[in-house]
Design a protein around this ligand. Structure first.
Ligand code: GLN
Length: 473
């Protein structure tokens, strides 16, 4: 049978495998063909793994032995920050250029057991710092919808790979929007998962109190399948949620969605984005949802709080790259010079900016004024959302205030780049799940996304509402 990659999703691919319409080998070969054709232009992948044949054989074996699951043989792209034993994971940084993972991350281990086929590792902003995949040490990734524009970031390679049929699904990570934002720019579904729901073991850290792995899919169902396959307690991550805590009562949904109106009234939100947002609200109303304005006075501080807590965590996390323990090492006469030369050469501009900012924020004279104050406001934001969720299933905003911007744009103006994250930040600060779902296109054909954010561990709400919304677009 002729394989039509555009119309494949995880569920129907599994059916095709079972019916013998095509084999895992045939499907993977089809993807490799597209990669060969498109990747030189789009630069979504930094590397195609050399052991694909073995992975394919293992998956086919599982089908033969009746051990196949819904994910067996599904070709997936991995963000270059997720450890896969024996393969390079560089966080798209020069400092880790030749770093080979010595163990599997929790997510890779789980998916490997199901016989997923990992196709390769994808480009990203260096150490996941950015909203456009332009801070990578290995070149920019282009948006498949418009090659003059960014795919979003930091997981832009994973989004671009999926959006251009170079994978059937992909994984990214989120510290603040890095899955949802590229999903929105590339017309995909992207999920930021509850903090602690998926183990961070084997994920190169950025901001440890904010980081989570998140799946990209062509539809909500694919994202749900991947989430279910990756979630679970892991003793190797001290912040992983224990099984008994996961048993919280899953009440049925209220069909009530909040709109934080004040949050949407700021400057800098694109007119087409706002129009699309209002239309999306109307669609939800027509589908029987109550969509009402909510008062969340503190969430407007989320971005400022994030850009204090995150660099503080970045500066301490990246201290391990000292030219001695991992990656790039410059041989010098004295230790201080080894540090200075290795770090100076290994880190790009954005990483250095954040290390400096974070070090300043945590310095003796300032940590109370900045870091401790930010932690207090984080708690206020969390409490405010907790209260709101007593009467609402979720709240909605656009995912990003604007559609995909031009390559090169915002690179010289970090503050305007940071504004991309304005709607992403509340979920990461409050440890809660949030999903971006395609909500239509601009007049010039650029994808837009609607973002739903739900209470702690209530991904199930996002999947229910998301599937409803998907049908309305
Ligand atoms: N845009 C965010 C930042 O630059 C993305 C972080 C992330 O989610 N990895 O910090």
């Amino acid at each position: 049978m002729q394989i039509d990659l555009k119309n494949l999703n995880i569920e129907n691919t599994h059916e095709h495998f079972k019916n013998g319409d095509f084999t895992v080998r045939e499907l993977v070969d089809e993807y490799l063909k597209v990669i060969k054709e498109k990747n030189p232009t789009i630069n979504a992948y930094l590397e195609i793994y050399k052991d694909i044949d073995e992975q394919v054989e293992k998956a086919q074996e599982m089908f033969k032995n009746g051990k196949a699951t819904i994910l067996t043989g599904i070709p997936i792209a991995l963000k270059d920050i997720i450890l896969f034993e024996g393969h390079i994971a560089s966080a798209s940084s020069k400092i880790l250029e030749n770093y080979t993972a010595t163990y599997d991350s929790f997510v890779v281990e789980k998916l490997k057991k199901q016989g997923v086929v990992f196709l390769g590792r994808t480009n990203m902003d260096e150490f996941a710092m950015g909203s456009s995949t332009q801070t990578s040490a290995y070149g920019v990734t282009k948006n498949p919808y418009d090659l003059t524009r960014v795919p979003g970031g930091s997981s832009g390679g994973s989004a671009a790979a999926l959006a251009s049929d170079m994978a059937l699904a992909s994984l990214g990570t989120e510290t603040c929007g890095s899955v949802r934002e590229p999903a929105s720019f590339c017309g995909l579904v992207g999920l930021r998962t509850t903090y602690g729901s998926i183990s961070r073991s084997g994920i190169i850290p950025m901001g440890s109190s904010l980081d989570q792995v998140g799946p990209f899919g062509k539809n909500v169902n694919d994202v749900e399948i991947l989430f279910n396959a990756m979630t679970g307690y892991d003793p190797k991550d001290s912040t992983s949620i224990k099984d008994d805590m996961r048993l919280i009562k899953k009440e049925s949904i209220k069909k009530r969605i909040g709109v934080p109106r004040e949050f949407l009234s700021g400057e800098g939100i694109d007119k087409e984005v706002l129009k699309n947002f209002e239309e999306s609200c109307d669609k939800l109303k027509k589908a029987g949802y109550e969509v009402v304005d909510v008062d969340l006075p503190s969430i407007k501080y989320s971005l400022a709080v994030y850009y204090i807590i995150m660099p503080a965590e970045v500066s301490s996390n990246l201290a391990r790259f000292d030219g001695i323990r991992y990656g790039l090492s410059e041989k010098e006469q004295n230790l201080l010079d080894v540090y200075k030369k290795s770090r100076g050469k290994g880190f790009g501009k954005e990483a250095r900016r954040r290390i400096l900012l974070g070090t300043y924020i945590l310095s003796h004279g300032y940590y109370d004024a900045y870091y401790n104050t930010a932690l207090k406001v984080r708690k206020i934001i969390k409490d405010e959302l907790f209260e709101m969720f007593k009467s609402f299933d979720a709240f909605i905003t656009p995912t990003v205030p604007f559609p995909a911007f031009k390559l090169g744009e915002k690179m010289e103006d970090p503050i305007s780049m940071y504004l991309s994250d304005i709607f992403s930040a509340p979920a990461n600060l409050a440890d809660i799940p949030s999903i971006s779902i395609p909500s239509g296109k601009t007049e010039s054909g650029l994808p837009l996304g609607l973002q739903f954010t739900a209470p702690f561990l209530r991904e199930d709400i996002l999947f229910i509402i998301g599937k409803d919304f998907e049908k309305l677009v």
